[in-house]
Ligand binder design. Structure first.
Ligand SMILES: [Zn+2]
Length: 308
C-alpha cells in the first residue's frame, strides 16, 4: 500500500512530530512487519525513540540505523521537508535553495544533505535495462567553480544507455567512466543491461565482443560521417545527452566537480526514469523508501575523505 502526502499541506498534517516520522519509516523499512537485524525473528514491540525490541532476543533495533538518517542531529521532520523540497522541484534543488527552505544555518549542511539524498536515488539491486538498448558515450562538464568566475576544468566521459520504447525512450542508466575502453564499456553494459538484450552502438571497436558476454550486438558504423548522422542512428542516447547537459548547466550552472558527477548522474537518472510520474508525492515516497534501504553515507565518504 503506497501511502504518501500529495501536497505540502498534507505533508505538514501528516508529519507534525518525530513520532509520526519514525512510524512512517518503520512501515517503509519493514513493510511485512519488523524483522530483527540480529536474529532474523519476525515480530517485536515498539519502545521509546522509535526503537523496536525483538520479541525473541530482546535486541533493540533503531529504525534509522543503516539508513541515510543514521546519526543525524537534526529532526526527522526537517529531513522529510528536505525530501519533499528535493522531489517537488521539477528540475531538482540546489544547496542554496534547500538551505533557505529549511532555514539551515550552514550551506555545507544543505550541500551534504543533498548529496546524501542523491545517493539514495539509486535503488540497491535495481533492475537492469532490457529489450533494445542504445549505448554511447559523451563528454560533460569542463567548468568548475573557483577563483574568478569559472575556470576550465577537466571534462568527464559519461556512458549512456537508453531503452527503446517504440519511438520514444524507456528507462536510462548513466555512468562516468575513465575512458572508452573495452573493459570500461563492457563492465558498464553488464551492470546496466540484462543479458539477451539487443545493444545498439556506433562502430567503436571497443564495443566488439558483446556477443561473447551474452548480448546481441547491432552496430551502426559511422566512419567519416557527421555527428548529425550519429544523432539519427542513436537518437535516444543523443537526446538524453543533450538533456543531461542542459540540466547540469541550468540547475547547477555547470558547476559540477568531476568527483561529484556520479551523484548528479544518479539524480538525473532518478528524475528521468520517473518523468511520467504525475504525482510529486509519489517521487517523495520512492525516495523515502530508498532512503530507508541504503547504508549511511558519512560526510567523509562524500567529500572523498577530505574534510573541507
Ligand atoms: Zn532478535
Amino acid at each position: 500500500m503506497e501511502d504518501y502526502p500529495r501536497t505540502v499541506l498534507e505533508l505538514e498534517d501528516r508529519f507534525p512530530t518525530e513520532e509520526a516520522c519514525r512510524e512512517y519509516l518503520v512501515r517503509l523499512r519493514w513493510p511485512d512487519g519488523f524483522a530483527c537485524p540480529e536474529c532474523g525473528n519476525v515480530g517485536g514491540w515498539p519502545a521509546t525513540r522509535g526503537r523496536i525490541i525483538c520479541a525473541a532476543c530482546r535486541y533493540e533495533a533503531s529504525v534509522t540505523a543503516g539508513t541515510i538518517f543514521q546519526d543525524t542531529h537534526k529532526p526527522l521532520r526537517m529531513w522529510f521537508r528536505a525530501i519533499w523540497h528535493v522531489t517537488s522541484q521539477k528540475n531538482g534543488a540546489s544547496a542554496v535553495s534547500l538551505q533557505q527552505v529549511l532555514g539551515l544555518g550552514s550551506y555545507l549542511t544543505a550541500w551534504t544533505w543533498l548529496h546524501k539524498l542523491r545517493r539514495a536515488m539509486v535503488r540497491p539491486g535495481r533492475d537492469r535495462l532490457r529489450g533494445r538498448v542504445e549505448v554511447d558515450e559523451t563528454y560533460v562538464g569542463g567548468q568548475e567553480p573557483g577563483g574568478k568566475g569559472r575556470r576550465r576544468g577537466k571534462k568527464s566521459l559519461v556512458v549512456i544507455a537508453a531503452e527503446e520504447d517504440g519511438r520514444g525512450i524507456g528507462r536510462i542508466r548513466l555512468a562516468r567512466i575513465d575512458r572508452a575502453s573495452r573493459d570500461c564499456l563492457h563492465a558498464f553494459i553488464q551492470s546496466a543491461i540484462e543479458p539477451g538484450s539487443v545493444v545498439h552502438t556506433d562502430g567503436l571497436p571497443a564495443y566488439r565482443g558483446l556477443e561473447g558476454i551474452g548480448y546481441r550486438h547491432e552496430s551502426s558504423v559511422l566512419l567519416g560521417q557527421s555527428s548529425d548522422a550519429a544523432c539519427k542512428f542513436l537518437p535516444r542516447v543523443h537526446r538524453v545527452a543533450s538533456l543531461l547537459k542542459r540540466w547540469l548547466l541550468g540547475t547547477h550552472q555547470g558547476a559540477v566537480r568531476p568527483k561529484h558527477l556520479d551523484y548528479y548522474l544518479d539524480e538525473f537518472t532518478f528524475r528521468f526514469n520517473r518523468r511520467t510520474s504525475a504525482s510529486r508525492g509519489k517521487l517523495f515516497y520512492r525516495l523515502m523508501q530508498q532512503a530507508t534501504q541504503i547504508e549511511p553515507a558519512p560526510y567523509h565518504s562524500i567529500v572523498g575523505g577530505r574534510p573541507v
